[in-house]
Write a protein that binds this ligand. Structure first.
Ligand SMILES: Cc1ncc(COP(=O)(O)O)c(C=O)c1O
Length: 451
């Protein structure tokens, strides 16, 4: 058996080997040729992520530990919030963000079953699912084209005094929703604002001269670190807030609903583990096993966090490349002239925003044109995506509740319908080269001219 002089020496040797392994087997040096596969998204990484992951594996701590602490601290600092917590997915982040708002500690502002939460039908299902699963009522508003975000003109009509408790919506494909109007509305009526920031990490928004990252304007922000997203941990997500009470609730609901805040593997940090009086428990019942909420276990592992720690260091360059790719595609399509641009609706960034784009969305004007274009692109090895659910109400998961008072709809959702039938998107992930983008724009142009 090989002997090392120290664990550090052993780790360094393993990491050096992993670096070589990355260079020989994982580094992608292939030059793009038209017709090669272009995915809508992919993880972008190098040996650093693999070495960090190996470090966490060698710790064999397995659950949340030193890498989770490091990630949470660095992420909170980077995005500009006081508290950030990692979870095992973006969907879990949304579930946690919503559930926290049902806590008794929030008094009159607490969301109860039957209360209403304003959202959109045109988006990702797990922004809405926690509302339905809890027994609150999602109120669906239409979205605007070409921003693909909530139509703020419909907010006042949706509001019911005493019943409306929150707005929970995503920044679609990186494009911030009209945060100023939505936030003013929430502030005016004392509503919670949950920003599903899963597709917009790195987007910025300015109000009255103050510029901040999306996800930090509302009461709670959520992120996803699933591989196609802006940065990855494999599976993973985060929930963040500036509010100390919400922060405490996030920790409790994430970690089994418990009252105690000691991290995994730590006991009695406050020194009062056995002298409290809670609920109807006997005095001194172990605080570590005292539950103040109906929580979950949504924690992520240190292996995930170890990858995240390295991804975060690369993240500013990812944002810049996403912006470059989006601009490149838009300009390349505009250059193709009115034969193409008359038949499509190009995306537009929200006012006062600097989006960190997740994708490049197009709406194809001629009826039945969208599927012809996506078929042509897929036949040419260019991966396409629809705007997630298009209209969540039309999906089989709504069969049992469709037409009931389990949800409300404001207006006719005309743009939502239009997007479901006519829109699609392609990727702008940082691994894309100008050659790929140019080929994509050419293919989109060819397909659209044929319509
Ligand atoms: C807007 C939005 N919210 C939430 C999620 C869920 O994230 P996850 O896949 O990590 O559960 C996604 C996933 O892509 C998303 O696009």
């Amino acid at each position: 058996m090989k002997q090392w002089n120290s664990e550090e020496e052993a780790r360094n040797e393993i990491k050096t080997l992993i670096g070589d392994y990355y260079l020989q087997y994982k580094k992608n040096d292939e030059v793009f040729r038209p017709g090669d596969r272009i995915n809508y998204a992919s993880r972008v990484f190098d040996e650093k992520e693999m070495q960090s992951l190996a470090d966490a594996c060698l710790d064999f701590w397995l659950t949340a530990g030193r890498f989770s602490d490091e990630f949470e601290k660095n992420f909170a600092e980077w995005i500009g919030v006081k508290h950030a917590h990692i979870v095992n997915s973006g969907s879990s982040a949304n579930l946690l963000a919503f559930t926290v708002l049902t806590a008794p500690e929030l008094g009159d502002r607490r969301i109860r079953r039957g209360d209403e939460v304003i959202t959109v039908a045109c988006g990702f299902p797990t922004t809405v699912n926690p509302i339905i699963q809890y027994g609150a009522i999602p109120v669906f508003l239409d979205v605007t084209i070409p921003q693909y975000n909530i139509d703020p003109d419909a907010l006042e009509e949706a509001f019911v005094p005493g019943k409306t408790k929150a707005v929970m919506i995503a920044h679609t494909l990186g494009n911030p929703f009209d945060i100023k109007t939505v936030k003013d509305f929430c502030d005016r009526h004392g509503l919670w604002l949950v920003e599903d920031n899963c597709d917009a990490l790195g987007s910025k928004y300015t109000i009255d001269g103050v510029t901040k990252f999306t996800g930090t304007w509302g009461d709670i922000g959520t992120s996803s670190f699933y591989p196609p997203h802006h940065m990855t941990m494999g599976e993973g997500g985060a929930v963040y807030t500036d509010d100390p009470l919400l922060n405490r609730l996030i920790l409790s609901y994430r970690d089994w609903g418990r009252d105690c805040v000691c991290p995994p593997g730590k006991d009695n940090l406050c020194g009062h583990r056995f002298d409290g009086q809670f609920g109807e428990l006997p005095k001194g019942y172990d605080h570590k096993y005292t539950y103040s909420h109906f929580g979950y276990n949504l924690k992520a592992t240190d292996m995930q966090a170890a990858v995240g720690v390295e991804q975060l260091k690369k993240f500013p360059s990812f944002i810049e490349r996403r912006k470059h790719n989006w601009k490149y595609l838009k300009e390349a399509l505009i250059r193709q002239g009115s034969e193409v641009t008359d038949k499509i609706i190009l995306p537009e960034p929200a006012e006062n925003s600097s989006p960190s784009w997740f994708g490049f969305i197009l709406t194809i004007k001629p009826d039945n044109g969208r599927n012809k274009v996506t078929k042509y692109l897929e036949d040419n090895n260019i991966q396409t995506r629809l705007l997630f659910s298009g209209n969540i109400i039309k999906h089989p998961c709504f069969d049992e509740i469709r037409g009931t008072d389990a949800y409300r709809v404001i207006g006719g959702l005309e743009n939502t319908e239009e997007i479901m039938k006519k829109s699609f998107w392609v990727g702008v992930y940082p691994g894309m080269t100008d050659e790929m983008l140019s080929f994509m724009a050419d293919c989109i142009g060819k397909a659209v001219r044929e319509l």
